[in-house]
Design a protein around this ligand. Structure first.
Ligand code: DX5
Ligand code: ZN
Length: 223
């Protein structure tokens, strides 16, 4: 079954509680929480204080995506938050050794660990980490903003990750983030994605939030 992770970045912050209630009542399994530092990406979003409050009104799986220059330190800022999976960017690690250290630190705090890639970063660079991560997040837009256009070239990375997973008997989740709607989500699922992040498609859907979530959940996986 496909996992749908609506991105809170597109919520209405003047009515955040109402939007989270809508999310809670939907069939979406995860909540995607984008942390941006205005340095790794050209935008600022939210941090641990808001997540601590969000934690009090949802029991669903919390999927945090940190787009920051210092992931090793940033992990500690979230010590008081309930996070199920924490994903950092490969490009933000200083070297391969630090990349391993970040994954180990996330695991040592009892969370699952995800690793993400910007569109221009080749996916093969992740090979040394694929045996120890729980998820790989493929960015299908330049990270920083919701509402951008899906980059279909990124689907090749998903195929690589799927083949590598089968060949090496691994079971990390393949997540995709950026420009996901029913049409692009369908392509992503055809290219073996397990988890679809969708911000504007869910929170700004002209019909309603549930219509978007149900449309994405209806996408069938063949493998
Ligand atoms: C972008 C974020 C995304 C964003 C997706 O840097 O990582 O999670 O919220 O928004 P949409 O689905 O609108 O492209
Ligand atoms: Zn994200």
């Amino acid at each position: 079954m496909i996992i749908v992770s609506p991105s809170l970045l597109s919520a209405n912050f003047l009515n955040l509680e109402k939007d989270i209630e809508t999310f809670n009542e939907s069939k979406a399994q995860w909540l995607h929480y984008d942390v941006m530092d205005g340095n790794f990406v050209p935008n600022l979003s939210f941090g641990p204080q808001i997540l601590q409050q969000v934690n009090t009104i949802t029991d669903k799986f919390i999927d945090v995506h940190i787009m920051v220059v210092n992931p090793l330190e940033t992990i500690d800022y979230f010590d008081k938050c309930r996070i199920d999976i924490l994903t950092f960017h490969y490009e933000a690690a200083k070297d391969l050794q630090q990349c391993h250290a970040i994954i180990d630190k996330i695991h040592s705090k009892g969370m699952k660990a995800g690793i993400s890639l910007k569109p221009k970063t080749p996916v093969e660079l992740l090979k040394p980490f694929l045996h120890k991560v729980d998820m790989v997040l493929i960015m299908s837009v330049e990270p920083g903003f919701g509402g951008q256009k899906f980059m279909p070239e990124m689907l090749e990375k998903c195929d690589f990750l799927h083949n590598f997973r089968v060949e090496n008997n691994l079971n990390y989740i393949i997540q995709i983030d950026g420009g996901i709607n029913y049409e692009t989500g369908k392509k992503a699922v055809e290219h073996h994605c397990d988890c679809l992040v969708a911000g504007s498609y869910c929170f700004n859907n002209p019909v309603c939030f549930n219509t978007a979530v149900d449309a994405l959940l209806s996408l069938e996986k063949e493998d």
